[in-house]
Design a protein. Sequence first.
Length: 257
Amino acid sequence: MALEGKTAVVTGAAMGIGKAMTEILLQNGAKVVLLDVNATAGESLKEALNKEYGQKTLFLNCDVESEEQLKAAFQKAADTFGRIDILCNNAGILNEATWEKTVSINLMGVIRGSYLALEHMNKMSGGQGGVIVNTASMAGIGPFLSCPVYTATKSGVVGFTRAMAAASVASGYGIRFNALCPGFVQTELMSNIVDRLGRFSHLTDATHKLVEKMGVLSVSEVAECLLELVTDETKNGEALVVFPKGKKYVTFSSLLQ
Ligand SMILES: NC(=O)C1=CN([C@@H]2O[C@H](COP(=O)(O)OP(=O)(O)OC[C@H]3O[C@@H](n4cnc5c(N)ncnc54)[C@H](O)[C@@H]3O)[C@@H](O)[C@H]2O)C=CC1
Ligand SMILES: CC/C=C\C[C@H](O)C(=O)/C=C/C=C/C=C\C=C\[C@@H](O)C/C=C\CCC(=O)O
C-alpha cells in the first residue's frame, strides 16, 4: 500500500509509540488523525507536525473507552479527509492495580476501534478497504509474570486480530488485520514499574531482570515495523514480534494439522 493520499487514524498518538507511528506515516505521505486523552500533548504535537508536514494532521481528544467519542472521532476523520484507509489501535496502559481499566482500554478499546473502522473501511458497505494494525506486545506471545492482566489483554489483541483477519478474507471486507508485538520500549509506560504492578509489586526485581535480559527498543524501531505491516499487502493475520536483536513473524501451530 502506497501511503500518498491515504488517511490513517492512530489512537494513543500523543506520546510514545503512537507519536512515532504518526511521524513515520506522515513521512511516507499519509494524512494522520491523532486520537488521545492527553489533549495538551496531542494539540502541541499536531501544531508541530502541521508546521513540518503542512496541514496533514488533525488532533481529536478521544478516549478509546468511549464508544460515543470513538464513533464521533471516526466520523470527523472521514468528514475531514474524505476517507479512512489505515487504523492503528495503539492506545494502551499497563497497570495491574486498575486491571479493569487495563482490560477496557487495551482489549475492549481495540475491539471498539476495529468495529467502528469497519463501518468506514469495509468494501462490503461502500468502503475502500485498508489495513488495521493492533498494538499488542511481546506479552501477547509469552507470559509476562508480573502483569497477568496486561498479558491477558495483549494475548486477546493477538487472538482478536488473527480472527478478524480470517473473518475479513471470508467476508470480503478488503481489510488486512495485523498485530504488532514489541518487546520493552523506552516510553512513559515503562516508568515507575513498581507502581504499575499492583498485587505483583513483589516481582519488580524480576521484571527489571527481564528488561535487562531482553533489552529496550526505541520508538522509531517499532514505527519501522508498523510501516512494514501497513505497506506490505501480503501481510494479513500476522503477529510481528520486535526486540532489540531483531524481529520475527510468529508462526502459530494449527491444531487441525
Ligand atoms: N512501552 C513498551 O514497552 C511497550 C508498549 N506496548 C504497547 O504500546 C502501546 C503504546 O504504549 P506506549 O507508547 O509505550 O505508552 P505511552 O504511555 O508512552 O503512550 C500511550 C498513549 O496512549 C494514550 N492513552 C492512554 N489511555 C488512553 C485512552 N483511554 N484513550 C486514548 N488514548 C489513551 C496516552 O495518553 C498516551 O499518549 C500500548 O498499547 C502498550 O501496551 C507494547 C509493547 C511494549
Ligand atoms: C514494565 C513493562 C513494560 C512494558 C510492557 C511491554 O508490553 C512489554 O514489552 C512486555 C514484555 C513482556 C515480555 C514477557 C515475557 C516474555 C516471554 C517470552 O516467552 C518471550 C516471548 C516471545 C519472544 C519471541 C520468541 O523468540 O519466542
